[in-house]
Design a protein around this ligand. Sequence first.
Ligand code: SP5
Ligand code: ZN
Length: 336
Amino acid sequence: MKAVFDDRQLAHAPVRELHNGDWVAYAEVPGRAGDIAALLDCRPPGDHGLAPILAVHDAQYVSFLKCAFAEWHAAGRQGDAIGYTFPVVQRRDLALDRIDAQLGRYSYDAGTPIAQGTWQAAYWSAQTALSALHDMTDSGERTAFALCRPPGHHAGPDYMGGYCYLNNAAIAARQASALGLGPVAVLDVDYHHGNGTQDIFWQDDAIFFASIHADPRTDYPFYWGYADERGEGAGEGTTLNLPLPRGTGWGDYREALMRSSEAIANWGAKFLVLSFGADTYEGDPISGFSLSQNDFPRLGEAIGAMGLSTLVVMEGGYAVDDLGRNVTAFLDALPA
Ligand code: SP5
Ligand code: ZN
């Protein structure tokens, strides 16, 4: 299978995140991608520019991402840029100059710092998704793997969060739709709800979004991912949320997969973007499902059985020692 990855994606290396009242080591480490890349035959992406990124993200947010680290240091700060004040959702839009105000405005958590190499890595992560997509159209391959890192599914139209800055899967999905490969569906099987992707396509009837994830009553990102969230306006009915309790194993997970495959088929999708997180693994240090190593090939078979052209986009997965094996076990079970 064609795989795309760029070493510039490793430039992003925040030191710490705020979690449960303490600074803890940042879980989304560069070694995650390095370990997966070592097991695959990857080629570097081409540069598809900013236009497909700006088809998903607000221009002011993108300039903020580019400049935030420099502004943070210009303000006399050390280390990685991180916000500490966040506007509640009802606040009006303000022209915000101070870096701390901007950091709060463009993020929803204190777990997503901007480090020296963040913009470079996020840009090439998005290009990796776009290049894998273009590979499929150029070569006629039915499956491709974009080894995106940093991940993307928590990043919304104008916000970062959950280790995510640019929404790689959404950028590729909208581009696939623009290229006429649609109808396009995004299926998100990361442990956490793909709130950013949901927000991006909330009112969009061109792209179906389905997510299987930990119940937001107990798990991050808490404010999205409930079963009654179904899209709005033109997009009403094109969002499907299937929250599952902590401890969920293959049996119940498989049923949710079947439900989402059915919904995606009924909607008439021709092209699938799979937001693939390996943090559903029982050994994941920050997650609570219990898929075993042997379940990853089963997951691959179930995705393959959907019979769609599929672009796999890497999201989370933090059990670094087992990550490469779980990801390749999944990819090997997909149709070539
Ligand atoms: C893409 C993705 O899977 N993002 C998940 C973001 C989850 N952030 C909230 C939980 C953070 C727990 N961090 C513990 C770090 C221990 N070193
Ligand atoms: Zn996740």
